[in-house]
Design a protein around this ligand. Sequence first.
Ligand code: NDP
Length: 243
Amino acid sequence: MQIQFHGKRALVTGAGKGIGRVIATMLTSCGAEVIALSRTRADLDSLASEIGCQTLQADIGDPIEAEKAAKQAGAIDLLINNAGVSIPQPFLNTSLEAFEQTMSVNLRAVLIISQTIARGMVQRGQGGAIVNLSSQASKVALTDHAAYCASKGALDQLTRVMALELGMHQIRVNALNPTVTLTPMGEVAWSDPEKRNGMLSQIPLGRFAKPIDIANAVVFLLSDQAEMIHGVTLPVDGGFLAN
Ligand code: NDP
């Protein structure tokens, strides 16, 4: 199966590191014109020199910056809402600051950026595809992840409502729900050997995901090969959720 995105413009949020960086690289190799959005300038500069993408530096936890960046991206055919944060804290000690920061990036920014981009898609009348990076943490409770689980559960529901309302414009919207993935975020959240081994023992395939496992699924969901897949929350979890 040959997937190609020649003539398509893709906006990838959180493209500086981890999963987003691999998605941006893979989309470029499939022929898309990629606009990489992230927070750290050095990450964007090194990505641009590697793959030749355009870059946008913004902190999308700030609603004004999020909207401005989405407008600056211009006409977009493929949107990947990948940027996310995880601030592990026990429920009883979850700070308002951590809760608000998590919600502002993992949820509010998706709303703001998707509204701006989808309005353009509707106006141009050529459809589009959106993939939201959710998590297995939307489906099950994870210790020390109250804010994160809440943000991803809400993101799954936002995905479904977007699918319901945007389908008539031929804009497909889906979410991906990865298991622990070996990125800077994954390494921090699962650095404790006891927690790490406990999680690993619940993954039937016996390993954590690699960013490329997630990028492969994103590219598929964006492609015409997935043209009847809409409104799903797709685990990429080595079977964790089959438990
Ligand atoms: P990383 O922390 O490795 O990378 C996240 C990227 O997003 C970084 O480039 C970061 O930039 C950027 N980013 C974060 N906050 C903002 C912001 N406010 N504005 C702009 N850019 C921002 O995360 P992952 O690659 O691991 O995760 C990507 C997505 O996948 C997230 O939505 C995450 O929740 C989800 N996911 C990850 C899993 C994992 O185990 N890794 C498992 C399941 C889902 P900077 O470093 O400059 O802040």
